[in-house]
Design a protein around this ligand. Structure first.
Ligand code: ZN
Length: 259
């Protein structure tokens, strides 16, 4: 099996400013995610954070990334637009993207999906059950009927996303709401998976089944095929068999507009 090169991106703000978050994620959310992914056979994992030059997402890093995971919350506005454009272009070329939790509100996710990506939320430490609604989907592999999360932040519908290609998980919350918390899309040649559990004041990324879903998502999002061609006029010499032009035409025999 060939190596899957993963870059785990985190804004890394709450962990350094909020003692409660620092207690749960002393080295940052990215390190917990990276540690879990490094347990997977064939995964080569690096991390990148907002504070690094180019947010750690240089052309070179992105070229060497098969799948990027994205966690952000407090500093969406600080992510540079040119870096967002660069990541977006790589997704269209085929790089996989896993957007986690509050990443739903990132510039990147909103730009790629083109809709509001808004939702409703409540922070009450309530129970969440993440139901598998597509048990045959590779992202649900190894997950039983649902994942129980004892304390979670509620994310509720309506979720302002384009209709997903697949809904893999549907979350239920103690307060009664439901949420399409595990969805996929394809944009260009890239595969995108959004997975909602993961609020920073709960130890959700330490949960083995949550880690399993994210690893499954990475495997699923690995680049497939090749990027789309840039627009070009196809020369007549490339025709697979001779084409007989029917005159009169507004085009000459080379396909150019006749004078
Ligand atoms: Zn949150």
């Amino acid at each position: 099996m060939s190596t899957i090169r993963v870059t785990v991106w985190n804004e890394f703000v709450h962990e350094r400013t909020n003692p409660e978050v620092a207690r749960i994620y002393p080295d940052g959310i990215h390190e917990v995610l990276a540690r879990a992914l490094r347990q997977q056979e064939g995964f080569e994992v690096r991390t990148a954070t907002l504070g690094e030059p180019d947010h750690g997402l240089t052309d070179e890093v992105l070229r060497q990334t098969d799948v990027l995971t994205w966690w952000g919350h407090a500093a969406h506005a600080d992510v540079r637009d040119d870096v967002v454009a660069r990541v977006h272009a790589r997704v269209l070329e085929g790089m996989g993207l896993i957007v986690l939790h509050s990443g739903h509100w990132s510039k990147l996710f909103k730009r790629i999906l083109g809709t509001s990506c808004a939702l409703c939320w409540r922070e009450a430490g309530e129970r969440e059950r993440v139901w598998v609604v597509d048990p045959g989907h590779p992202i649900a592999a190894g997950i039983d009927r649902c994942i129980e999360i004892e304390q979670s932040e509620m994310y509720g519908e309506p979720f302002g996303i384009p209709t997903p290609d697949d809904i893999v998980f549907l979350s239920w919350f103690q307060g009664g709401e439901v949420f399409r918390g595990g969805c996929t899309w394809r944009r260009g040649s890239g595969r995108i998976f959004y997975f909602s559990p993961g609020h920073e004041t709960y130890p959700i990324y330490h949960h083995p089944q949550i880690q399993r879903v994210i690893a499954n998502g990475v495997r699923w999002a690995v680049p497939q095929g090749r990027p789309y061609d840039t627009p070009r006029k196809t020369p007549i010499e490339e025709a697979r068999e001779p084409i007989v032009f029917r005159a009169p035409s507004v085009h000459d025999s080379r396909g150019n507009l006749a004078h």
